[in-house]
Structure formats: C-alpha cells, structure tokens
Design a binder for this molecule. Structure first.
Ligand code: NDP
Length: 330
C-alpha cells in the first residue's frame, strides 16, 4: 500500500522534497479492527504546524512515517461487530491508500444526507469549526455585523453563510483574488474585498462604515487582526480560529500593533480548538443538514486527484489555490 511520508521538516514554505511517496505493508487485521480503502483525504492548514518539531496542541509528525489527517473511506474488511463491509466512515489516517484501525476510531458518514467528501468539509470538522466559533465562541447575536477572513476557504465560506442564517445584519469577507470575492457575493456575503488590492484596514473600514463590526472570525491573523481590532465596536468579540498568514514564518512575527484597543473597547479575544467543541456535533449536524437541504448554505470543493499529488495539494492550499475545501480524491 502507498502512503505519503514526511521526508524533511519544512523550513518556511514547504517544498516537494519535504514529502515522499512510499510503500508499506498493511498490518494484519486484529479483532475489533477494520480495513478501510480511503476515498478522499483532507489537507488542512493545521498540518503545517505538525510538520515542525515543536510542542503544540497536536503532536509533531514523525519523520519518514506516514502523516495523519482526516479521511473518508469505505470499509473493505471488518473484524468488528459495529462496522460492516461497505460502510463509509470518517477517520484520522489520511495521507495513505488503505488504513487499519479500531472501529471505535471511525465515525459513520451519513451518506444519505450528503456525498462522502462533505464529511471532511461542510458536515465535518470544518463545518463544526465555523459553527462553534461563530455561535459558541463569538456568541453571535441577531442583527450583528460579522467580518471573516479567509472567507472563500473551507471554514470561512461556511462562517459567512451560517452568520446570515443566524440573523447577522451584515457579513463582510476578505479573500485573495477577484474570483473569490465574486464567489463570496454569490454565496450571500453583503460585502467582500481582495486583501491584495490595498491595506486591509482601509478596505475593512470602507466596508464596515461608521457602524463597525461586532464579531471578527479570524482565520488569518497579522494585518487582518490589526484591521479588525480597529473596526470592532465596543463589546466586540474575536473568535481566534487560525493565523494562516504566519504558518510559514521562520521568525516570531509582530503582534497586532493596536492590541491596546481591546482595553478601551472592552473586546473579548478568544482562541479555540474545534476538538473542545465536539459535544456540539449533534446540534451542528442537524442544523447544517437542514441548511444544505434547503439551500441556505452551499459549499465549494477543490478536488485534486491521486495520492501522489497530495503534497502539492497541501502546498497549493497554503498558497490559496483552493476555493472552499481542498480535498484529494484517490
Ligand atoms: P482554507 O480552505 O481557508 O485554506 C486556506 C486559505 O488561506 C487559502 O485558500 C488562502 O486563501 C488563505 N491564505 C493563505 N495565506 C494567506 C495569507 N497570508 N493571508 C490571508 N489569507 C491567506 O483552510 P481551512 O478553512 O481549513 O482553515 C482556515 C483557518 O481555520 C486556518 O487558519 C486554520 O488553521 C483554521 N482552523 C482552525 C481550527 C481550530 O480548531 N481552531 C480548525 C480548522 C481550521 P486566499 O486566496 O484568500 O489567500
């Protein structure tokens, strides 16, 4: 069976030589285990952090071993009473063709609700991140104005649409190209701008106007966070989800220069990890299934074919080649 290993720890931007396509033997199936043929693999920004040899919330990947990551696949052999051949499940042994793991480490994908890859995106970890960050972390209230960065990405595009569904009065998004900006307007964002067109602070101030913003969902950090701190109203909240503008940094980067505004405006800046909000999965899945069924929420996928192209898909994700969720199809 084939797998993608981490061949070297990237310094700054990852390069192809940091990854290796390798063959390995599948372990024999033990009692309680299932053999899965992976159908779709997820590539995610957080994986960049796991490629460093640094203590973080997720353990570093081992060199010269298959990486891990979200995947959805079909069970082709089972020694478990809980899962049968043909079941489609979500699990964490991505970056490889076949996976052997305990059935308890797999979650059934409700393919009656949506196609299998949706369980790595809108109906999976990505969707829960958007839902929990907006509603449980930032505590969005009807009538409020929301700004989300990385808005054309997997999490961001859902944040904007969930905000509208939950009664936000206006949703503003930023993304890295004119095509992405156009897509955000199609998805129902009230306002969107390309952060490459000029300073984020100026573009956000123009979009937010006198009213300002109540909630900032931060996927990007840096200049975006600084701009949002300036645009937030008194009592505003920031859901700190990620800081992708910093993931390839080789030196510590300056904090937002205006952090002191958090005092005067009595802001709440709250970081969160989706893993701590898993208890909301049921509530989220029910709401999202309804929104998908009635067209309130739509999702995009950028699909790359072939395990051997997974490293490039990951590198392209960091460079913004995706609209919506970046996936690898096997
Ligand atoms: P995306 O689908 O949003 O893909 C990443 C996007 O980031 C790219 O498409 C690119 O879009 C944008 N980007 C890359 N570099 C920059 C930059 N320098 N400035 C601004 N934008 C940039 O990925 P996800 O939706 O999976 O993840 C979005 C964020 O959410 C990430 O920060 C991720 O780490 C975080 N996250 C956090 C979780 C948590 O539990 N806290 C869980 C899941 C995700 P563009 O063309 O617009 O630049």
């Amino acid at each position: 069976t084939q797998e993608i290993q981490l061949a070297a720890r990237p310094v700054g931007r990852p390069v192809p030589a940091d990854f290796r396509l390798a063959s390995s033997e599948l372990p024999e199936l033990q009692a309680g285990q299932v053999l899965i043929r992976n159908l779709f693999l997820s590539v995610d920004p957080y994986m960049r952090g796991r490629m460093n040899d640094a203590k973080s919330y997720a353990a570093p990947y081992e060199l010269n071993e298959a990486m891990e990551g979200g995947a959805v696949g079909e069970i082709i052999a089972s020694r478990s009473d809980d899962r049968k051949v043909g079941d489609v499940v979500v699990h964490s042994l991505g970056w490889r063709e076949y996976a052997v793991l305990d059935s308890a480490a797999t979650a059934p994908a409700r393919t009656d609700l949506a196609p299998a890859p949706a369980f790595l995106g809108a109906l999976g970890m990505t969707g829960l991140t958007a839902f929990a960050g907006l509603l449980k972390v930032a505590n969005l209230q009807p009538g409020e104005v929301v700004f989300v960065s990385g808005a054309a990405g997997a999490v961001g595009s859902l944040v904007g649409q969930i905000a509208k569904a939950m009664g936000a009065s206006r949703v503003i998004g930023s993304a890295g190209s004119a095509e992405k900006v156009a897509r955000l307007l199609e998805l129902g964002f009230d306002n969107a701008f390309n952060y490459n067109d000029g300073p984020v602070a100026e573009q956000l101030a123009a979009a937010a106007g006198e009213r300002g913003i109540d909630v900032y969902f931060d996927n990007v950090g840096g200049e975006h966070l600084e701009a949002a701190l300036s645009a937030l109203t008194v009592g505003g909240r920031v859901a700190m989800c990620g800081a992708i503008s910093k993931y390839n940094a080789t030196e510590p980067t300056p904090a937002p220069r205006n952090l002191m505004m958090a005092v005067g405006k009595q802001l709440t800046l709250k970081g969160f990890l989706v893993g701590s909000y898993w208890q909301h999965m049921g509530e989220f899945a029910e709401a999202m299934a309804g929104w998908l069924a009635d067209g309130t929420v739509r999702y995009d996928e950028t699909i790359v074919d072939g395990l051997e192209n997974a490293p490039q898909a990951f590198m392209d994700l960091l460079d913004g080649a995706n609209t919506g969720k970046m996936l690898v199809r096997l």
